[in-house]
Write a protein that binds this ligand. Structure first.
Ligand SMILES: [Zn+2]
Length: 265
């Protein structure tokens, strides 16, 4: 009886410790795992009389290229190959919308700017557009970046299995020209938000992350680009937990659970 009890207890404990993580839910959508060929649909978005200037578009595209380079070198140091492609130029016309939504906070309905912008660009059926992009680019992953001509807090809209495909499958991040203090967006802003599309977790304290997670992250994963977005890229890395999440690192370790946000089960 004792033996049986021990066996059952062991099985339960082992099952608990090695429970399969369900992050495959987040590895769906157009941005699956950050490897192989990645195509970026890049849109300059503006509303009313505030339009993007050619020079500012050039700066934005330069930062995007720097973000590609950084991600590529991080991937390489993890033994992973990734290549980025886009067709964006500073001559691209703005896509005009009536209103640029602001991020309202986790769990709140911000409104789907990505869908609105793609529709304004003439793509009324998101899945049909996604299929045509795949056919045209032969890429493994498609990501959308909206450069919004206003101040705001940049955010990402990753897709999770079960969401409405027509609205969310084509994974999109909105990068605002400046933050609320008027500081221009950084290369690290792009990197951070793009990583979210591939399933990366925030490591700083927020609505979905406890204070102790940030503390632990600072001591164990202190150089992570997911820990803060306000400083430069110098010394920053894609930490081990997020490298696993985005598909750079195959083995799951139970200690990763220490960093799982509340809303990621
Ligand atoms: Zn974040």
């Amino acid at each position: 009886m004792k033996r049986l009890l021990l066996l059952v207890t062991t099985l339960i404990l082992t099952g608990y410790l090695y429970a399969q993580p369900n992050d495959d839910n987040w590895r769906d959508g157009s941005a699956k795992q950050l490897k192989g060929k990645v195509f970026t649909v890049c849109c300059f978005v503006s509303a009313g009389k505030h339009s993007w200037k050619k020079d500012d578009k050039e700066v934005a595209l330069y930062k995007l290229k720097e973000a590609y380079k950084w991600l590529q070198s991080q991937a390489e140091s993890n033994g992973v190959k990734v290549n980025f492609y886009d067709t964006a130029t500073s001559d691209d016309a703005d896509i005009k919308v009536d209103k640029i939504y602001q991020w309202k906070g986790e769990g709140k309905d911000t409104g789907n700017l990505g869908l609105k912008v793609l529709q304004a660009a003439g793509h009324n059926n998101m899945m049909a557009y996604y299929d045509s992009l795949l056919q045209y680019t032969h890429c493994d992953n498609i990501q959308v970046i909206l450069f919004a001509k206003t101040a705001g807090r940049s955010y990402a809209c990753p897709y999770k299995k079960g969401m409405v495909k027509q609205h969310r499958y084509l994974e999109c991040t909105t990068v605002y020209e400046t933050d609320s203090r008027g500081t221009d967006f950084k290369v690290s802003t792009i990197v951070h938000e793009l990583l979210h599309l591939y399933g990366a977790w925030d490591l700083y304290q927020s609505h979905s992350q406890q204070e102790n997670v940030e503390k632990k992250s600072k001591s164990i994963l202190g150089r992570s680009v997911m820990l803060d977005i306000y400083y430069g890229m110098e010394g920053k890395i894609v930490d081990e937990v997020n490298a696993w999440l985005i598909g750079w690192f195959p083995t799951y370790y139970p200690f990763y659970e220490n960093f799982r946000p509340k809303d990621r089960y």
